[in-house]
Write a protein that binds this ligand. Sequence first.
Ligand SMILES: Nc1ncnc2c1ncn2[C@@H]1O[C@H](COP(=O)(O)OP(=O)(O)OP(=O)(O)O)[C@@H](O)[C@H]1O
Ligand SMILES: [Mg+2]
Length: 194
Amino acid sequence: MAAFDWDFQPKLDRRVVEDLFTLCFVESREDLLVTGKTGTGKSHILQALAIKACEQEWMVRYARCVDLIDDLYAGLADGSYERRMRKWCRPSLLVIDDVGLGQLKRRDDEPTAAHMLFTLLDRRHDHATTAITSNIKLSAWGKYLGDATLAAAVLDRLAANSIRIDINGPSYRQHLARERAKAHGRKPRGDKAT
Ligand SMILES: Nc1ncnc2c1ncn2[C@@H]1O[C@H](COP(=O)(O)OP(=O)(O)OP(=O)(O)O)[C@@H](O)[C@H]1O
Ligand SMILES: [Mg+2]
């Protein structure tokens, strides 16, 4: 987190985020849900937390949501679904990054992504920490995961025992693009900022 510019994201409570780095929430098996628009630093923070947890020798696994779901779909194809699911259940800290990004596979004769995520979170709930980032509204999870009822059940489990952080602020990516454009003396593409 040394490179993190706190002044850029003034609405983000620095004390709350820094407190996460004690990893007490992993010890106490609480979940973590970080939401906010694209480019606000969600993945940056969770990747830094995952590294810190590795350094402290917690068993950690990190995946983007699409890759985790793809891995489980591959298990359906070759009969290793249950083994793969158990592997995702095992780590003390599982980071599921970027819920809402990328296209999730969907076939009528197979469980939906919502079903897989529900099973995973239900099994992990209360015995290991799951940390999730999302750049879509929680109300849009049903559409993204392919099942509104199961998505609601996933969110219900998260709401029961999770630390919630919403990063309400500007995109650092756009900030970098503006800085780069300035350095090259041109206006960044699609930038409406004055
Ligand atoms: N406050 C900040 N200080 C320094 N770098 C930052 C800050 N916020 C974000 N970044 C950097 O900006 C880039 C985008 O951040 P990040 O990937 O964490 O965004 P995100 O919120 O996960 O976006 P998305 O929803 O699109 O996945 C990364 O390179 C990250 O390191
Ligand atoms: Mg991200």
